[in-house]
Write a protein that binds this ligand. Structure first.
Ligand code: IMP
Length: 423
C-alpha cells in the first residue's frame, strides 16, 4: 500500500472513518496528524457502531499500530473516556496499539470556555465551532504558551506550569464575565489522566522514521476536510489546523518525499456543519437526506447542511491536496432521485467563476451554475460490484471524478465494510 495520505475533499464528514477503516486492512500504522476531538469518525463493524474522536480508526483492526501525531491537539480527559468507552465495546487500547506524540499540544478547560465565549461574542458572525477548545489550543501553540503532552506527563513540572497557565487564563475569563476554572479539581483530573496516558507517550517522529526505514505501510488519516483548512478553507469559517495533505507531514514529522499517494474522500453530494458559505446548499436535498435519518453530526449531533455536489470546490481540493485517487461515499443517499444536479461553476456580480473565491463574503454571494444528470431511482446499497451499479449511477460517479480531476478508485454505498467497491 505504501504511504497514503487520506484527506476530506469537502467540508468534513465525507465518510473518511469508513474508508480509513477499509484501507487499514493493508496498513501497518495509522496516524492522526491534526485536529482534536472536534472530529467524529463513525465506523460500523458488523452490528457495532463506533464513533472515534481522537483515536485513529485503525484501532478497530487487530495488529495495527495507531499514532496520535505531534500536529494533534489532545484533550486527555476526552482521550481517557474514549479508551474506556472502546474497552466497554470490547476494543482494548494498549501502549502496543496506540502511541501518543510527546509534542502534541494539550487542550485544557479554559480553552473550551474561551471557545464558547468567543462564539457568543461573535453573535451572528459565529463560526459554529464544536466548542471543544480547538481554536484556543492551537492559538496558544502559535503564541508559544501552550503545554504539550511532554509537560503533562512530567509529574515534577506539570503542577507549576498548570497553575501558571490556569491563573493567566482565569484572568481573561473573569474579564469576559465568565466562570474561572477550578484549580484543584482540574489538576486532579489531569494528573489522573497523565498517569493513565504516560505509558502511551513516545517520540513518534523517531518511531515513524524507523517504521518507514523498515518499509512499513503508513496511512495518514485526515480529519475534517479541505474547506475547513486554516489556510485553504473558507476562512474564517474553518477549523484551526491544516486539514489538507501538507498537514500530514508537519503533523507527523514524516517528510513529503516519503509520501506515495493522496486519496481524497468526498460524498456524492455536499454537506457542511457549522456556519459559513456553502454555494450548492439546497432545501430539497437537505429535506430528503434528513428525512432518511442521515446527515446528523457525529460529534455534536447537529443537523448537517446539505447541497448538491460542488465540482468547483472538489476541483480546488484536488489541486491543493494533490489528490491522485478518489473515494466517493454515500452514493445510496441519492438513490431515490429522478434528476441530480452538479454545481460546475459559480455566478457572482455578473461573472462566471470556475475557481472558488478566497473571500468568504464573495463565496457567500455565489450562485451555483448547475448541470443536470439523470438519477438511477433504484437502491444501490445491496450492490457489491461496480459493474452491477445502474448505468446512470456509474456515469454520474465517473463524471464527478472527472470534473474533480482525479481517478475514481473506491465507491461506497453504505456504512458497512462490505458496502465498498474497488475499481
Ligand atoms: P472547531 O474545529 O471546533 O473550531 O470548529 C470550526 C468549524 O469546523 C465549525 O464549522 C465546525 O462545525 C467544523 N468542524 C470541526 N470538526 C469537524 C468535523 O470533524 N467534521 C465537520 N466539521 C467539523
Amino acid at each position: 500500500m505504501a504511504n497514503v495520505i487520506l484527506v476530506g475533499a469537502q467540508w468534513g464528514d465525507e465518510g473518511k472513518g469508513k474508508i480509513i477503516d477499509v484501507l487499514t486492512e493493508q496498513a501497518d500504522i495509522v496516524v492522526r496528524t491534526q485536529g482534536g476531538n472536534n472530529a467524529g469518525h463513525t465506523v460500523f463493524v458488523g452490528p457495532s457502531k463506533y464513533v472515534l474522536h481522537l483515536i485513529p480508526s485503525g484501532i478497530l483492526r487487530s495488529g495495527k499500530v495507531c499514532v496520535i501525531g505531534n500536529g494533534v491537539v489532545l484533550d486527555p480527559v476526552g482521550l481517557v473516556n474514549e479508551i474506556d468507552g472502546l474497552a466497554k465495546l470490547g476494543v482494548h487500547v494498549t501502549p502496543q496499539n496506540l502511541v501518543i506524540s510527546e509534542t502534541a499540544h494539550v487542550v485544557f478547560p479554559w480553552h473550551r470556555e474561551l471557545d464558547g465565549q468567543r462564539e457568543v461574542r461573535k453573535g451572528n458572525r459565529k463560526i459554529g465551532t464544536t466548542k471543544r477548545g480547538i481554536g484556543p489550543t492551537y492559538g496558544d501553540k502559535a503564541a508559544r504558551v501552550g503545554l504539550r503532552v511532554i509537560d503533562l506527563v512530567n509529574a515534577a513540572r506539570f503542577p507549576a506550569r498548570f497553575r501558571e497557565r490556569l491563573e493567566e487564563n482565569n484572568e481573561i475569563l473573569r474579564a469576559l464575565g465568565a466562570q474561572p476554572i477550578d484549580h484543584d479539581s482540574v489538576l486532579a483530573d489531569y494528573t489522573r489522566c497523565a498517569d493513565r496516558l504516560r505509558p502511551f507517550v513516545a517520540n513518534t517522529v523517531v518511531m515513524l522514521h524507523e517504521a518507514t526505514r523498515r518499509g512499513a505501510n503508513i496511512l495518514f488519516e485526515g480529519a475534517q476536510g479541505t474547506f475547513l483548512d486554516i489556510d485553504h478553507g473558507t476562512y474564517p469559517y474553518v477549523t484551526s489546523s491544516n486539514t489538507t495533505s501538507g498537514g500530514a507531514s508537519t503533523g507527523s514529522g514524516v517528510p513529503p518525499n516519503r509520501m506515495d499517494r493522496v486519496m481524497g474522500v468526498m460524498k456524492a453530494y455536499t454537506t457542511r456543519v457549522g456556519e459559513g458559505p456553502l454555494p450548492s446548499e439546497n432545501a430539497e436535498i437537505s429535506d430528503l437526506l434528513h428525512g432518511m435519518g442521515r446527515e446528523f453530526g457525529a460529534t455534536t449531533g447537529r443537523m448537517r447542511r446539505c447541497g448538491w455536489f460542488d465540482a468547483v470546490a472538489t476541483r480546488h481540493a484536488a489541486m491543493v491536496n494533490g489528490i491522485d485517487e478518489l473515494a466517493v461515499t454515500n452514493v445510496d443517499g441519492l438513490d431515490s432521485l429522478k434528476t441530480i444536479l452538479v454545481c460546475t461553476a459559480y455566478r457572482v456580480d455578473g461573472q462566471v467563476l470556475r475557481h472558488i473565491p478566497s473571500d468568504a463574503e464573495v463565496l457567500a454571494r455565489c450562485e451555483p451554475v448547475f448541470e443536470e444528470f439523470p438519477g438511477w431511482d433504484t437502491p444501490t446499497d445491496g450492490i457489491r460490484r461496480w459493474e452491477d451499479l445502474p448505468v446512470p449511477c456509474r456515469h454520474y460517479l465517473l463524471s464527478i471524478a472527472q470534473m474533480t480531476g482525479a481517478r475514481l478508485s473506491i465507491v461506497s454505498v453504505g456504512p458497512a465494510r462490505e458496502q465498498t467497491m474497488f475499481l
